[in-house]
Ligand binder design. Structure first.
Ligand SMILES: NC(=O)c1ccc[n+]([C@@H]2O[C@H](COP(=O)([O-])OP(=O)(O)OC[C@H]3O[C@@H](n4cnc5c(N)ncnc54)[C@H](O)[C@@H]3O)[C@@H](O)[C@H]2O)c1
Length: 159
């Protein structure tokens, strides 16, 4: 399957490597050019025991880009794994999530499945569905994929 992952942080990159290891073709997007350059250079931006071996082994199935549109065009399934930091009032800052969703809506020319992997408040999937109805010309189906307690690739591969 062709999979897009937006946000190559602890959650998005571990998921990407594991999806690639399962034989999928990945397009990984990040807005941080330094992180992208490292990844294109076959270097991980953080350490997790064992992850580097898996990354090196599956590198050929992973593309890295700053373009959400490119990932949407190339993928059937798009994961959103950007940060949702806590605001001073305790709520989640959903700015990055909705920015990404807007870009997905703009670039989708046929049906896409969008998977929310970031930690988001209850009700976000419904909010995203309504947002997509207003902003996308193609059908967008929203799926929730709550992240595991931590991002270990071992837990990911052996749940
Ligand atoms: N790290 C964990 O162990 C963990 C555990 C549970 C839940 N989560 C949740 O998962 C989500 C991601 O967490 P993380 O730790 O991977 O965050 P992170 O900050 O490590 O990664 C987020 C990535 O998204 C990128 N990004 C931000 N805005 C972007 C945009 N507009 N377009 C493209 N890329 C963009 C950032 O550059 C960064 O690389 C958060 O909602 C977090 O709460 C994380």
């Amino acid at each position: 399957m062709r999979v897009g992952v937006i946000g190559t942080g602890y959650v998005g990159l571990v998921a990407s490597v594991c999806f690639a290891d399962a034989g999928n073709e990945l397009t990984c997007v990040d807005s941080n050019p330094e992180k992208l350059n490292k990844l294109k250079d076959k270097k991980l931006p953080f350490y997790e025991p064992g992850l580097n071996d898996l990354f090196q082994r599956n590198f050929a199935r992973m593309a890295f880009t700053g373009s959400i549109a490119e990932a949407v065009q190339k993928s059937d399934l798009v994961f959103i794994a950007v940060g949702t930091p806590e605001m001073p009032d305790g709520s989640a800052d959903m700015t990055a999530t909705f920015h990404v969703l807007k870009e997905i809506c703009k670039s989708a020319t046929k049906k896409k499945y969008v998977v929310l992997k970031s930690t988001v408040p209850i009700g976000t999937a419904k909010e995203c569905e309504a947002f997509c109805r207003d902003h996308a010309s193609a059908e967008i189906e929203i799926v929730n994929n709550v992240v595991s307690m931590y991002s270990s690739f071992f837990i990911f591969l052996h749940p």
